[in-house]
Design a protein around this ligand. Structure first.
Ligand code: GLU
Length: 453
């Protein structure tokens, strides 16, 4: 296409080609579409990006490794799962991004996550490229020994493709401390090397303080920066949160610490609504229920009968000031976005990756509320993973305050970058444009510098 084409034509032409090259990968199309809408004007204004085909190259993963994972369940049945590692872009550092174990995992989901990760990692300011991996293995209902055998079998293949200067996986949905430990143990045995090839490790073997809390804490720090930018704060605000995993529970903890009242948490079975707020003690119960007992959120109302459980529903109909979607992708559709706006939601800050559907994002932007997109708002997790890598390379451990201080600094810098590139000139900030353009520039400039590789 020549420069005489309009912006709309350029975007449509690009998306048409991408959809043709990657048929049926709807989540990947969605993630790229959102970025291309933001960066195409920038690319058209900077002919060197266009000439070097930066967008075309940036939307093609460097490589995808696909492999079978065979394992034996407790009854002696032989099971086979599929696993992937998508090494998306290592222009600014070794590939970095989590592993997801969930029955929904497929190539489209991992490509969307790897693509987003490239921009997110760039925003942190740390030297990390983008990658993502995982398997369609379902950890739900599996025994510890089954999970161990699966993780070990997966690492028998994955160890060839990762390394502290090559690709450093971490956790994501279905992959927490237990899974990382089993995988790290197997890597160490296979390679006879003790190095930081995974992050989110236990504190006894190279993990970082604050890594577990980092995504949820960072998301709340980012939310508070958005509010402070408009002269407001989280204090006294009501919040609805989806999810009850790592991201949701630590977002709940930090929001409560900063004076907000959290009304909801959820899992795939439904959501709980507690009109009195989910305070520290109640949250300790949820963490134990989810992490140790691996139980369901519906148990909450047995312990706290003033709360309500809404089976098979999401919390977006509960009136509140702030929403933190912290469960999974595409958990808010356009109808739910309109309901939230009608109910007075003033801030949406994404703890999960791409939790808002494309049309839901457009609703939030049209209403000009404070909308913090995932790649900026949930970057705290991978940022502290980056700090874990630094500590591993230096063979030292920083204190809780040191790591938390650096996390706060990183979230403040990300907010500033978003304001720099997303300010609409009328005091409202389009954080989607801001995050996409700021994330893009660093990766694109590195790719330009390398020439044709
Ligand atoms: N899975 C997390 C994310 O979506 C963390 C990745 C990491 O720590 O490498 O950013």
């Amino acid at each position: 296409m020549t420069s005489s084409h309009s912006l709309r034509e350029e975007i449509d032409h690009f998306m048409h080609g991408l959809e043709r090259r990657n048929p049926h990968e709807t989540e990947f199309h969605q993630a790229v579409h959102e970025v291309v809408e933001s960066v195409m004007p920038f690319v058209m204004a900077n002919p060197s990006y266009k000439k070097a085909q930066i967008l075309e190259r940036m939307t093609e993963p460097d490589r995808i490794i696909i492999f079978r994972v065979s394992w034996e369940d407790d009854e002696g049945n032989i099971r086979a799962n599929r696993a992937w590692r998508v090494q998306f872009n290592n222009s600014i550092g070794p590939y970095k991004g989590g592993l997801r174990f969930h029955p929904s995992v497929n190539q489209s989901i991992l490509k969307f996550l790897g693509f987003e990760q490239t921009f997110k990692n760039s925003l942190t300011g740390l030297p990390m490229g983008g990658g993502k991996g995982g398997s369609n293995f379902n950890p739900k209902g599996k025994s510890d020994r089954e999970v161990m055998r699966f993780c070990q079998s997966l690492m028998v293949e994955l160890h060839r493709h990762i390394g502290e200067d090559t690709d450093v996986p971490a956790g994501d949905i279905g992959v927490g401390a237990r899974e990382i430990s089993y995988m790290f143990g197997m890597y160490k045995r296979l390679r006879n090397r003790f190095t930081g090839i995974l992050t989110g490790k236990g504190l006894a073997f190279g993990g970082s303080l604050v890594r577990t809390e980092a995504t949820g804490f960072g998301c709340v720090y980012f939310c508070n920066h958005m509010l402070e930018h408009t002269g407001d704060s989280l204090k006294g605000k009501t919040c609805i949160i989806s999810g009850s995993g790592n991201v949701a529970t630590y977002a709940c903890q930090k929001a409560t610490e900063l004076g907000a009242k959290v009304l909801t948490l959820s899992d795939s079975g439904g959501f709980v609504y507690d009109p009195d707020g989910i305070d520290e003690d109640k949250l300790a119960f949820v963490k134990h229920l989810k992490e140790v007992q691996r139980g369901r959120i519906s148990e909450y109302v047995k312990k706290y009968p003033k709360a309500e459980f809404h089976a098979e529903q999401r919390p977006w109909g509960v009136p509140a000031d702030v929403a933190f979607p912290c469960a999974t992708q595409n958990e808010i559709n356009a109808d739910e976005a309109r309901t939230m706006l009608k109910n007075g939601v003033k801030v949406v800050c994404e703890g999960a990756n791409m939790p808002s559907e494309y049309d839901a994002v457009q609703e939030f932007l049209k209403a000009k509320i404070l909308f913090g997109p995932a790649k900026a708002a949930n970057a705290g997790g991978v940022a502290v993973s980056g700090l874990e890598q630094s500590q591993n390379q230096l063979r030292i451990s920083w204190s809780r305050d040191e790591v938390d201080g650096k996390l706060q600094e990183i979230m403040r810098d990300i907010h500033e970058k978003c304001v720099q590139y997303g300010n609409d000139g009328n005091s409202w900030v389009n954080y989607v444009d801001g995050a996409n353009i700021a994330g893009f520039v660093k990766v694109a400039d590195a790719m330009l510098a390398y020439g044709v590789v």
